[in-house]
Design a protein around this ligand. Structure first.
Ligand SMILES: [Zn+2]
Length: 501
């Protein structure tokens, strides 16, 4: 390599000698970052004597990212002298997703994570249609159809605009990055990628300065009931492999795609950790805690070149759930960046209190996995009222058909109000897949809560001192993740066990 470089330089000098009168070897003008020996053996002397005034033309060799310097090569058109200069990191992330609920999962926490990671100007957009696939995106583009809900975040808060077209979304900002993805059900079906080339042509024409990235989405949870899961034999790894295969044959070949965000691999990596295959909220959408956080961290790291170890922002509603698990999530992301198209097992140690429940376990097995014996516990009769809920942003009070005209009242089941004596530390809360509960909390009977605790889909949670925090009263709203009217039969999907006295 070194010998070849020296030869190249010699030839270069030969051609430039007449024009530039160079008499010394232009050691420092080489673009050879790996070749440090050359510089060490040549003492730092005067710059080479040259009569050339140098007229440089620039070639970008690596574009700068928000948090990572790029580089450019300057070449003198007169003497051929070359040098390499850094392009400073832009500190700016302006990304528009053309997607669906999976891009929503990916971007929900991205603004805050990017901010915490050191990006100064952040604009995130998501052109959303639930379940939208490439063929539908393309037919919408052709028809200039205002079929999208356009989510946008410029300051840490999301706004929502209805009836936006792809063109209008593109024109809304000077985007640096536009992302494209396939709908999850078709993500491993190569033939469904046919419209991609046309979409890319449209983007090149209408947002020529933006870099287009592919969003590699994730496979379903192994117990998912998604109607497209049988396409993959209801097998998670088969689906992941199919996604990679479709990517290889249909996406990698597209020259205008400059990079691929390996979300699907980060998810698969995290599933290999002690957290396990419990990071969706309904078998396919990311859970609000581990799932969404890990995917957003992947977008952050890949798109900005930033360091995931420098991010410790957590969404307020899930901070207590997530705080002990940053090492595992970071490891999953780093593994995906290093090896975007294969699973890297996450080895982060399991925090002592972490439950390892999976959906196929019985409650007894869940207890065993927690190092507990279900015989030491008794089920708590928690039910207060079917088709009712609380809202701890307000003072304690039940919302039901008698007290509220809210149309969503039938979608919930409300528990009794519970004190710490009734639900002591050590109690275990188990919720079935497809269901979630919001563990409302009040510091006192007359207080309001801000922020309100988020919905929880984690299969088993053991009550700790941190879980209680400052609250003196807690209550649960049980609901289905995919909104539905709740009936008496749904009561069984939440089970609360308290230690026997
Ligand atoms: Zn020159």
């Amino acid at each position: 390599m070194k010998r070849f470089l020296a030869l190249t330089l010699a030839v270069l000098m030969l051609f430039s000698l007449v024009a530039c009168n160079q008499t010394e070897e232009p050691a420092e003008t080489t673009a050879a970052p790996a070749d440090t020996t050359l510089e060490q053996t040549t003492p730092a002397t005067e710059p080479p004597v040259t009569d050339c005034a140098h007229t440089y033309t620039e070639t970008v060799t690596e574009k700068a990212k928000a948090l990572k310097d790029g580089s450019k090569t300057l070449t003198c058109s007169a003497c051929g002298d070359t040098k390499t200069e850094a392009i400073p990191a832009t500190k700016t992330l302006k990304v528009l997703a053309i997607g669906n609920s999976f891009s929503q999962d990916a971007t929900e926490y991205l603004w805050d994570i990017a901010k915490d990671g050191g990006v100064e100007k952040i604009i995130i957009g998501n052109l959303y249609i639930g379940g939208c696939a490439l063929d539908k995106h393309y037919s919408n583009i052709k028809a200039n159809s205002g079929a999208y809900k356009y989510y946008k975040n410029t300051n840490g808060r999301w706004t929502e605009t209805a009836n936006v077209s792809v063109l209008k979304g593109l024109q809304d900002e000077e985007w640096d990055i536009v992302t494209v993805q396939q709908a999850s059900g078709s993500s491993g079906v190569a033939t469904s990628y046919a419209p991609l080339a046309k979409i890319l042509e449209f983007l090149a024409e209408n947002e020529p300065n933006a870099d287009v990235y592919w969003h590699l989405t994730w496979a379903y949870q192994q117990n998912s009931t998604h109607s497209s899961f049988p396409t993959y034999g209801k097998d998670q790894m088969k689906m992941y492999d199919a996604i990679l295969k479709a990517y290889d044959s249909k996406v990698k070949v597209q020259e205008s795609i400059v990079g691929t965000i390996p979300s699907g691999t980060a998810v698969q990596n995290l599933r290999s950790s002690y957290i396990g295959d419990t990071i969706t909220r309904d078998g396919y959408h990311m859970s609000y805690d581990y799932g969404r956080y890990t995917v957003a961290l992947t977008w952050f790291a890949y798109l900005t070149g930033g360091d995931v170890d420098k991010v410790d922002w957590l969404p307020k509603n899930y901070a207590t759930v997530l705080q002990d698990h940053l090492p595992a999530m970071r490891e999953a992301v780093k593994g995906a960046l290093a090896k975007p198209f294969e699973v890297t097992k996450v080895t982060a140690a399991k925090p002592a209190s972490f439950p390892t429940a999976t959906e196929s376990m019985t409650d007894g097995e869940i207890f065993t996995s927690l190092g507990l014996n279900i015989a030491d516990y008794e089920a708590l009769d928690w039910l207060l009222e079917v088709q009712a809920y609380y809202n701890s942003k307000n003072q304690i009070g039940i919302y039901n058909a008698q007290t509220s005209s809210a149309s969503n009242v039938p979608n919930f089941i409300a528990s009794k109000l519970l004190t710490k004596a009734e639900l002591p530390v050590g109690s275990v809360i188990i919720v079935d897949s497809g269901y979630q509960y919001r563990p409302e909390g009040w510091v006192s009977e007359t207080s309001k809560t801000s922020p309100r605790p988020g919905n929880v889909t984690t299969a088993a949670v053991q009550v700790t001192e941190a879980w209680w925090g400052n609250y003196t009263i807690r209550a649960f709203n049980l609901s289905a993740v995919a909104t539905k009217v709740m009936t008496d039969e749904d009561v069984v999907h939440l089970r609360i066990y308290v230690p026997k006295k």
